[in-house]
Design a protein around this ligand. Sequence first.
Ligand code: GDP
Length: 305
Amino acid sequence: EDLDQGLEKTKKNFFGKIASSIAGKSKVDDEVLDDLEEILVSSDVSVETTLKIIDRIEERVARDKYVSTKELNGILKEEITALLEESNNEDAVDFEIPKVENGPFVLMVVGVNGVGKTTTIGKLAHQFKKKGLKVVLGASDTFRAAAVDQLKIWAERVDVPIVQQGMGADPASVAFDTLQSAKAQGADVVIVDTAGRLHNKINLMNELTKIKNVMKKVVPDAPHDVMLVLDGSTGQNAIEQAKQFTKATEVTSMALTKLDGTAKGGVVIGICDQFKIPVKYIGVGEGIEHLQVFNKTEFVDSLFK
Ligand code: GDP
């Protein structure tokens, strides 16, 4: 329901434009396909992914000789679904955490400031806690005082312990403390917030590598998941950030925030297709419950409902 509402603007933008493009036309021709290409790109699906979708539809039109414009939405839905299926990203199951041998499960969260990293961590902590898991947060984003404060507010709201050393502390040292404390408390899951300054790729890479290495001293297989948080409402910027982060470190999952109220929801399709990294969660509002497990089929259904 939140998702349907959230995608309202994307849908309006997308299907409104398609509707006016095919108005008065009965056949899908080159002109319609050119329009569709433009519409997909302007919905932030990304050029690369748009071209794949258009190619597939062109093949179909060539094969079937005559495709009615009435079928266009249905065909588009089928091709987007197929493309997402091929991206082969397993959907997350509920808010489940895989069992790990030498726990706790360590989730390291990366992303630039302002994308909704702290909020996503808070919402996730809430969901994990609801499942009866023992959660500990680590404030390794020590670059900004506000980041530590914000995370602390979420820790209080969700009522989970937080490990912090304050602004300017060594992020790796905070991560070390967090994992040690979590282990001592018998925690199930640790969520470590890190600073994602993109000013310098080498610095970012070094900082994230250092944090990962220090984590391994406490939990040998940590981090079990490196989740990149991206702001879906920034469209192509989100894709750009994903490119930079995936170059700097091994990203194993993604969360896309602020899909409520944006017309750029198409970015989800481009991100799934281009990075082949599972999008696990989507943010659909500022509230504590406004985080959903991402499901490709549900997403496309919602988009085409
Ligand atoms: P951080 O700097 O990346 O940690 O970002 P914050 O978590 O502090 O979030 C920045 C702003 O985005 C805050 O005002 C959040 O309430 C807001 N925000 C985060 N996620 C969502 C979302 O899914 N939807 C909406 N509408 N706002 C969000």
